[in-house]
Write a protein that binds this ligand. Structure first.
Ligand code: 6R9
Length: 662
């Protein structure tokens, strides 16, 4: 951690907000920001209550803002009633924005479709009615396993309309991962597609769903599988269970009375990796989540009525929930969604699309920026300078720490030194931005996510939960509940309490799992990365334990340990140390064994979890008490000199073995 702290304090460049943002931003100037923070400090409930009344449409108003009686199971606006889809759709149509484009969809092949708010509402209603016809009702869980598409958002909004709880599973996850989520969520339906297009290829989805349900066997609670025709690929349709989306929609009414739910009614469950065990089902609320989605759109992205907003995240991740499926709609914005990958047909695709669709706000991950920097070096034609990016007003990043070099490139080459870069720190569990610059307020420092979102109380603490002075690295916590916070882990409240509100911290502090430091002069936050056993590979969260269990479930593997090592493009890369039940493979044998294990992990979890490096040893380095020496493995993975004391190692020769990647 100390290296990164040094590199942070070396970063002295400061980029004050532009005149344009100072004059036109919704929150303009440091004084306005400080006034909001002060309002929250003086009257926390009054602050959030005022905003919730101003920004959310309530069917029945709430009388209590925050209920802390069963902390850390907090309740926000609990006796208020609303419907999220009504807030996102009817609200805009009723306000005369029915003709306004809600989504511009660009397919992998470049074909463009648009849908306005009126038609989107009609499609959501039709699908919501179809879901009701299938017997799906309030509180039922529906798995959505779809590519990034208008239909994906329609499915999410339709669930919200009838009070069903969706759980979107990223299309890159395997049948095994689907099986786990189906069982854990007790889902009654899956919405999927015959397949998806990505980078010029057709990938199956429905076949994976069939396999996932088959794996779940008797534990599967799935009654219906709804299938969108996207690729036209030949697929199996199970009689009595599988239905075509376009058949179910026939004859459905274009209106659908929303299910009025309590503010605390779960809007969705989204599975994410933790440091132990299986992925956890992060449960979000309806009212608090929606409020935060709207406020962060308005304040961080300073969204304006005519903006074209582009967040490149897939709906399978939280970023795609808050900044594709809910936030832009509750603000009546126009959002671009893209089915394909940034490097196909070439690495100029993003820049070309920004020009084609006149994108104003562009929000992506550092890993994509780094990959595109690299690509523009090998193929100069794809460099952003070759494209017209005049429409851009604001840039954003999310998902992992951004290195100052990538930040500067993004700012100068993409934003032409005109557009602020908002480095937004948040998590699946936080629902929306918790530390972020505001473009009309915050002087920017490359690599720092700067200051808390107004109202959010953040601190850096030591192991006992005591706040550290600025300049000292520690653990990032949120000291007060906030409206969009995780409510529980689906089906496992005890794990929720232990993971996020550990007793060691002494009081109810939300433990983010990230290391952070505040600049000793400005108080700006810099995130140092995860301090638990969670890896961040291309902005995707993966637990080392998950990958280890996948590896050891292979009959040839005796033992495995997984660590992360720095990678220029993906931020972190997965490095697996493996002991086989047979003798240690070498040369060609090791290469083919490594590939076999990579494919095994892809089958168990998904291709995104494939280890980049696999190293074979006769054993793993352990302490006398039998604990795997992970710090040593991290040094080995990085190729560092071994500085640790290895005198306790039973077999020091294995260190030489573990230095080599297969
Ligand atoms: C939104 C999202 C959360 C983890 C988080 C942290 C890392 C996200 C970041 C960042 C530094 C940023 N992270 N944004 N680190 N600067 N701006 O990514 O959610 O997938 O749950 O990941 O991502 O480590 O703890 P999620």
């Amino acid at each position: 951690m100390s290296n990164s702290i040094e590199s942070v304090s070396r970063e002295h460049r400061l980029f004050p907000p532009s005149e344009q943002f100072i004059h036109h931003a919704t929150i303009s100037g440091m004084a306005a920001y400080e006034a909001l923070c002060e309002e929250a400090a003086l009257n926390y409930e009054g602050f959030w209550g005022r905003l919730a009344r101003q920004h959310v449409l309530w069917r029945e108003p709430f009388t209590q803002v925050l209920d802390e009686s069963n902390a850390p199971f907090y309740k926000w606006f609990a006796d208020g009633k609303l419907n999220v889809s009504w807030n996102c759709l009817d609200r805009n149509v009723d306000a005369g924005r029915g003709d306004k484009t809600a989504f511009i969809f660009e397919g992998d092949d470049g074909a463009v479709t648009q849908i306005n708010y009126r038609d989107l509402l009609a499609r959501v209603c039709k699908f919501a009615n179809a879901l009701r016809d299938q017997g799906i009702k309030k509180g039922d869980r529906v798995i959505i396993y779809l590519p990034l598409s208008i239909e994906g958002v329609v499915a999410m909004q339709a669930c919200a309309r009838i009070g069903a709880i969706h759980s979107v599973v990223f299309g890159g996850f395997s049948a095994k991962s689907l099986e786990e989520r189906i069982i854990d969520a007790g889902a009654v339906a899956v919405v999927t597609a015959d397949g998806q297009f990505r980078g010029g290829k057709i990938l199956p989805l429905k076949a994976t769903v069939d396999e996932g349900i088959a794996l779940a066997g008797k534990k599967s609670t799935i009654r219906t599988v709804i299938v969108i025709q996207r690729t036209g690929a030949e697929i199996h349709m199970e009689h009595g269970r599988d239905q075509w989306w376009h058949h179910l929609e026939v004859g459905q009414s274009e209106t659908c009375e929303p299910e009025w739910v309590d503010a605390e009614h779960p809007l969705f469950i989204l599975y994410t990796s933790g440091s132990t065990g299986k992925p956890k089902g992060v449960q979000h609320s309806s009212g608090g989540y929606l409020l935060f989605a709207r406020l962060t759109m308005l304040w961080t992205f300073d969204v304006k009525p005519d903006d074209v907003f582009w967040c490149t995240a897939d709906i399978g991740w939280i970023t795609g929930h808050t900044y594709v499926a809910y936030g832009p709609l509750v603000c009546g914005a126009t959002t671009l969604i893209f089915e394909g990958v940034p490097t196909w047909p070439n690495a100029g695709r993003f820049w070309e699309m920004i020009d084609r669709h006149k994108v104003n706000t562009f929000y992506t991950a550092p890993t994509a920026i780094r990959a595109l920097i690299k690509a523009s070096e090998t193929d100069p034609e794809t460099h952003p300078r070759n494209y017209n990016l005049d429409s851009l007003r604001l840039l954003g990043t999310v998902g992992e720490p951004i290195n100052p070099e990538a930040w500067i490139w993004y700012y100068t080459e993409v934003g032409r030194s005109r557009c602020p870069v908002v480095d937004t720190f948040w998590q699946t569990e936080t629902g929306g931005h918790v530390i972020t610059p505001l473009p009309g307020v915050t002087p920017l420092v490359p690599g720092s996510c700067t200051l808390p979102f107004p109202g959010v109380q953040v601190a850096v603490v030591d192991e006992a939960g005591h706040e550290l002075e600025w300049g000292k690295g520690g653990s990032l916590v949120i000291t007060r509940p906030w409206p969009a916070m995780i409510r529980t882990i689906w089906g496992d409240p005890e794990r929720f309490r232990k993971s996020y509100f550990p007793d060691e911290l002494g009081r109810n502090l939300y433990l983010a799992g990230d290391g952070a430091v505040r600049d000793s002069k400005t108080g700006y936050f810099t995130i140092m990365g995860r301090i638990d056993d969670v890896l961040n590979v291309s902005g995707h969260r993966l637990g080392t334990m998950e990958i280890e269990s996948a590896l050891v479930s292979n009959p040839l593997v005796a033992e495995a340990a997984v660590v992360g090592r720095p990678d220029d493009v993906t931020g972190e890369a997965i490095c697996a140390f493996v002991v086989l039940k047979r003798s240690r493979p070498e040369g060609e044998d090791a290469l083919s064994m490594a590939n076999e294990l990579r494919n095994w992990v892809a089958k168990e979890i998904g291709a995104l979890a494939k280890p980049k490096d696999i190293r074979f040893g006769d054993n793993l380095p352990k302490t006398r008490s039998g604990k795997i020496m992970r710090r040593l493995l991290r040094s080995l993975a990085k190729g560092d000199e071994i500085a640790q004391d290895v005198s306790t190692l039973e077999n020091p020769a294995i260190l030489e073995q573990l230095k080599q990647t297969a």
